[in-house]
Every structure is written in C-alpha cells, then in structure tokens.
Design a protein around this ligand. Structure first.
Ligand SMILES: [Zn+2]
Ligand SMILES: [Zn+2]
Length: 299
C-alpha cells in the first residue's frame, strides 16, 4: 500500500511553486511550513515509539470508537523530543524574520529538562489546541518564556508530530483505517483540519493536522455533529476555483475546507492546500461558521 505521509520535498516544492505563482503573499507562510517540515522529515525515521499494541488490539480500539492514544499513551524519548523542539524553534526563527527572539530560549524551560520531560509529554500528548494553551497558561510557561501560549503550543505540537506520525505510519501499513468511522483522528484524536475527494474514486478523505492520518468519511454527513440531513449540508467556493470548497453544516455551524482532487484529476498535499486557501477561512468565518479546531467534538 502506498503511504500517504510524508510527501517528498520535491513534490512539496512543486505544489508550493504552483500556489506562489498565483499569490506571492503566501511566501512567508510557506517558508515557515517548509522549514518545519524539513525538521520533521529529518526526525521521522529516527524516532521510536514504545508501548505498541497488537493488530487485534488496534482493531478493537477502532471498532469501539476509541482513538489509539486515548487507550494507551505512547512512551517517547523525552531527550530526543527536546532536541526536536529546539530544532523546530530554530527552524521558525530561521524562516521568519518576524519570529520572536525569545524562541531561542524556549527549550530551556524547566518542563523540558531531562528530569521533567517524560512526565510533561504524558500530561500533554492528548491535548487539543485549546487544552494545550490553557495548560501552558496555568503553568505560566508563557510568562517564563516571554512567548504567547499559542506560539509555545504550536512549537510543542510540531515537535510531537514526527513521533505520532511514526505511530500512524505503522498502523496505516499494518491495520489501516478502514474500520474507523469518526470525524476525529484514529491515532491521536485531533480534529480533521481538511478533507479531499480522492482523485481515484471521489471518496471523501479526512486528514489529521497533527499526525497526518487519512481516513474515509461519508460525504453526506457532518464529521463534527453526525448530522445527516442533506438540507443542512451545503458547500460554496470562490468563482473560478470550483475545486477548492468550503463544506458547511447548518446544524453545528462548522466548516471543513475540502479539495476536490477528483475534479482536478491529481492528488494534492492537504497541508499545502490548507495554507493556500486562507481566503476560504476568512469567508467561512465571516458567514458565521467555526473552523474545525473549534468545532464541538463528540468524544
Ligand atoms: Zn492524528
Ligand atoms: Zn455539523
């Protein structure tokens, strides 16, 4: 089976060049994305995750609608995590002239030293964005690091990503995700941030923003509230770009950006598409819809 993640850097470069030709103001965002991705790819093959479940245990989890990390938190190499964190912080500083200088000192926080790091990872590994930011503020990590909680949370998530992606790859190659029927990630429980209609058959595929798991979800159903009433599901797009759509649910007022790769007759990298379609987020929010990260979740 072909692996969905990671994309090759060559392909990423090509997709980015395509978008930059149409809109050069995206250059700073893509520079940061590429720089972080390079760090993640470098570590993806180096990380090991202990505490693996058997194929049957994983299938049981999926059949019982439990994502993997909820059942058993993996044990990561904390010292290696800190190294990744320092590299991610450095990559952001290198790629962005506007990045805060204080990022340099972020790895020095007490939470990340060898005595505390393992416990810290166990505490935060299942957090969503809001929970991570609230935790950082409660522990005053933001004050001690002189950085916004949102920035610290972002660096932590980007550093967790190669570890969780590694787990995802092993599950994808072994059990796969055909048993999974939820709107959140089968591996880490994070919300799907984007979807595509698969180029080969048009099936809707959701992708997790953290570990990049991809799984099929019915097209005529809201992934956030399970609404199946067709009258309350619709989509819109910007004239001239019919393949990049915003699917909205009138029941829970959430939206999901969706790329119709079948109509485009080519595969896409959803993370690149996510950055390139910022305008669709603005339009959706102006119309009163919530982005996936703030959608109410069932689990
Ligand atoms: Zn995930
Ligand atoms: Zn809904």
């Amino acid at each position: 089976m072909q692996q969905s993640y990671p994309p090759t850097m060559d392909r990423v470069e090509k997709e980015i060049a395509f978008h930059l030709e149409k809109n050069n103001t995206l250059a700073p965002a893509f520079a940061v994305y590429k720089s972080i991705l390079a760090v993640q790819l470098k570590y993806l093959d180096k990380v090991e995750v202990a505490g693996k479940k058997s194929a049957d245990e994983i299938k049981d989890c999926f059949r019982n609608e439990k994502y993997l990390l909820a059942e058993q938190k993996p044990v990561l190499d904390g010292v290696l995590f800190r190294e990744v964190l320092a590299s991610v912080a450095g990559a952001i500083r290198e790629a962005s002239p506007e990045a805060p200088e204080a990022l340099r000192n972020l790895p020095e926080l007490d939470e990340f030293n060898a005595d505390n790091i393992d416990e810290f990872i166990q505490q935060v590994i299942c957090f969503n964005k809001q929970e991570m930011e609230a935790f950082i503020e409660k522990k005053e990590m933001d004050k001690r690091a002189a950085l916004d909680s949102e920035v610290i949370a972002f660096v932590i998530f980007m550093s967790l990503s190669p570890f969780i992606s590694r787990m995802m790859q092993e599950v994808e190659a072994g059990v796969g995700f055909s048993l999974w029927r939820q709107g959140y990630c089968p591996i880490c429980g994070q919300t799907a941030f984007m979807a595509k209609h698969r180029s080969e058959d048009g099936a809707r595929v959701l992708e997790c923003w953290l570990c990049h798991a991809q799984w099929v979800f019915p097209r005529l159903e809201c992934p956030y509230c399970d609404n199946k009433e067709q009258k309350k599901l619709r989509f819109f797009y910007v004239p001239g770009d019919k393949s990049r759509q915003v699917h909205v649910c009138e029941e829970c007022k959430s939206y999901l950006k969706t790329v119709d790769a079948k109509a485009m007759q080519k595969d896409v990298i959803l993370e690149v598409e996510g950055i390139a379609t910022g305008r669709l987020d603005l339009l959706a929010e102006q119309e009163g819809y919530r982005p996936p990260a703030r959608a109410p979740l069932l689990h």
